[in-house]
Design a binder for this molecule. Structure first.
Ligand code: CMX
Length: 441
């Protein structure tokens, strides 16, 4: 059977030919109009990107190549005796657009194991940072240090032809995904576990091995990591981490540079850092109230206090979703199955009962429902992973799967430099008076 790289190239060539035909026949067709509000307000609702790996529906949530999260939990291969999908299978699906066989998934696990060596200078770069640097800072620096290994950068410097870009990006993406768990675990053990590092276990799958290197041997925790790494991987193309990775890639920056840029975006509190903010906020609430399981009335009062201080309620709201995030629901189902009596997990569920009506009553918040970050921390705390500043790194390791699969598509489809037009408010005012033109009309 052809390997993943050859199968990807074959798929991508087919899609590239289809796009050529679509654009030849329909290239001038309009897909919408852009309002002034949209250009001032974060470009919400402007369709301006093509991302093949997943599609987000406001009501239904994410689908990866057409499959919802419950469908993936059913259809993707699992670890021996496990019930959660292996992220290797999701990567295969995102990259090739086909459900993988067990053999496909084993091939990817073996491929990533072969590519997983992390050079010493990367650990030295992490060690050069103060231990109290935020784990996301250490993570991004480590990715940048790894950039010495970029095959894309090396081949480009030697005059690589455009038709070969996809292959170098594919190799860099596979190498990066293979190496990230080791790098992330190193940061974790360095900062929180007295530098007591754990060697990889070559018999484990990618997420299972990650859990092992972090120092968690509980089989249910490994299952949680498999689920976590699957559901955080991709959320179509417009979110900050995906869009940034794609944008930087359009300048032909190599995948290491692109991923580091995307991870800097993920580290923002309105995006991936929200997972640490959620648990911090809940722990602060419990401490302030002096109770382990706050009542609905206490949660209600605490939420109102947070809002009155001009802060957001972390883990709630979304720029696109208008319903409970299915990634939240998947974690809730995991909690109900494995740890229904945990007070912190129960608090997350009580917050879910209390917060949406309050946010709804404010009138201005478009989505009062929880997103992925509202739940993840409580599950991790249950298994002892209490160091919440590390949570966004976990998100980042998973997100690499989606954004790098997309980057392979970007180069295989030959997408050009991304360069939208911007305007000034002076120009907008002139245009409104009928005196200037907004370019593109
Ligand atoms: N708490 C308080 N206010 C909120 C809010 C929340 N959870 N969600 C939105 N709002 C506010 C916005 O700040 C905005 O206020 P102003 O008009 O005063 O500026 C108003 O409601 C309208 O915002 P919106 O159109 O509903 O939401 P946006 O698309 O602008 O923002 C998001 C989306 C996620 C940034 C926002 O809901 C938020 O800040 N949530 C909390 C942070 C969070 O959980 N982020 C994680 C998102 C998932 C992820 O990427 O990982």
């Amino acid at each position: 059977m052809a390997n993943t790289k050859e199968r990807f190239k074959e798929k991508a060539d087919g899609v590239a030919a289809e796009i050529k035909d679509i654009l030849k026949e329909h290239g001038s067709k309009k897909i919408g109009e852009v309002t002034l509000s949209q250009i001032y307000q974060g470009m919400r609702g402007i369709t301006g990107l093509v991302t093949e790996t997943s599609l987000l529906d406001a009501q239904e949530g994410i689908r990866f190549r057409g499959f919802s999260i419950p469908e993936l939990q059913q259809k993707l291969p699992k670890a021996n005796g496990g019930t959660e999908p292996l992220p290797e299978g999701l990567f295969h699906l995102m990259l090739l657009g086909e459900l993988p066989t067990e053999e496909d998934v084993h091939d990817i696990t073996a491929n990533w194991q072969r590519r997983s060596h992390v050079p010493n200078h990367v650990f030295a770069a992490i060690e050069a940072l103060p231990k109290d640097s935020h784990p996301m800072t250490q993570f991004v620096i480590a990715i940048m240090a790894l950039q010495t290994e970029s095959k894309f950068a090396d081949r480009y410097a030697k005059g690589m032809a455009k038709k070969d870009y996809w292959e170098a990006v594919f190799d860099d993406s596979m190498d990066l995904i293979a190496r990230l768990p080791r790098v992330a675990a190193y940061i974790y053990r360095r900062k929180y576990k007295d530098e007591d590092h754990i060697h990889p276990d070559g018999l484990l799958d990618w997420a299972g091995n990650f859990a092992h290197m972090l120092g968690y041997e509980d089989e249910t925790f490994r299952e949680l990591m498999r689920l976590y790494m699957t559901i955080h991987a991709d959320h179509e193309g417009g979110n900050v981490s995906a869009h940034t990775t794609h944008l930087v890639g359009s300048a032909l920056s190599d995948p290491y540079l692109c991923l580091a840029a995307g991870m800097n975006g993920l580290a923002g509190p309105l995006h991936g850092l929200a997972n640490q903010e959620v648990i911090k906020w809940i722990l602060e609430m419990r401490e302030e109230l002096g109770v382990e399981l706050p009542s609905s009335a206490q949660i209600d009062a605490y939420v109102r206090k947070t809002l009155s201080e001009g802060r957001v309620v972390p883990g709630y709201g979304h720029a696109v979703l208008r319903k409970t995030d299915p990634r939240f629901s998947a974690q809730m189902a995991f909690g109900k199955r494995h740890l229904p009596d945990d007070p912190l997990v129960q608090t997350v569920w009580n917050i879910y009962e209390t917060v949406p009506p309050i946010l709804q009553s404010l009138g201005k918040i478009k989505n009062p429902w929880p997103n992925v970050d509202a739940h993840s921390g409580a599950l991790l705390v249950h298994y002892g992973l209490v160091e919440y500043e590390f949570y966004t790194v976990l998100f980042g390791v998973s997100r690499a799967l989606g954004v790098l699969a997309s980057l392979c598509w970007d180069r295989a489809l030959g997408f050009p430099l991304e360069r939208p037009k911007s305007v000034t408010t002076e120009l907008v005012k002139d245009w409104l008076k009928g005196e200037g033109e907004i370019w593109g009309e």
